[in-house]
Structures are given as C-alpha cells and as structure tokens.
Design a protein around this ligand. Structure first.
Ligand SMILES: [Zn+2]
Length: 112
C-alpha cells in the first residue's frame, strides 16, 4: 500500500472513531435505561450526559468526514454524485463510494 494512502486512511479512521464513538455511547446509554434497574439511574444519566456532550464536542468533525477526499481517486470518500447531480451519502461506509478503496486499505494495491 502506498504510504500516502495508508496515512490518509489512518486519518479517516481516527476521525470516524472520534465522531462515531459518542453515537455508539448514546445508543448504549439509551439501551442501558431499559436493562438496568432504577437504582442505576444516576449512572445511566452520567453516561447519557457524557455521550451527548461528546457528540456536540465532535459534531463539527463530522463535516470533515463528509468532505474527506479519497486518497486514491480524489473524490469524496463517503459521497457519490449521480448523473442527475444529486449526492448519496453514507458516513458509515466501509469503502470509498467512488472507487471502492476499503477503509482498512485491504485493496489499496489494486489499480483503478
Ligand atoms: Zn476513491
């Protein structure tokens, strides 16, 4: 794998962890509310508050994810433009929506 591609994919993976982690924590806090007994409610509130605060703290980084340029094809990694000019987005995509470069770099050695 090209060193540049490897570095850029590592940046993207870091950004995704930063932004998607709080989302996962909010989901966990929500589900814990159903599972844990009422005596654990203060703990659940702390987890919920911390995850919401982290979500707002990292919210603007999600725009960087949205506009992240694929290091192989030069187009947006998470967005694909249709013939009509509309974009389809998937901020959780595991590979480039344009060239198919995998987030883990597994197919980075393949040529377009
Ligand atoms: Zn690409």
């Amino acid at each position: 794998m090209s060193k540049d591609i490897e570095i850029e994919l590592e940046k993207l993976r870091g950004l995704r962890k930063l932004c998607h982690g709080p989302l996962a924590a909010m989901l966990v806090a929500f589900l814990l509310g159903f599972v844990l007994p009422e005596s654990m409610e203060p703990f659940i509130k702390v987890v919920a508050f911390a995850s919401v605060a982290a979500f707002f703290a990292t919210f603007f980084y999600s725009f960087k994810i949205n506009n992240f340029v694929c290091p192989r094809c030069g187009q947006r990694f998470h967005a694909k433009r249709s013939d009509g000019g509309w974009y389809s987005y998937n901020l959780f995509a595991r590979k480039c929506k344009n060239c198919g470069l995998m987030l883990n770099g597994g197919n980075a050695h393949e040529h377009l």
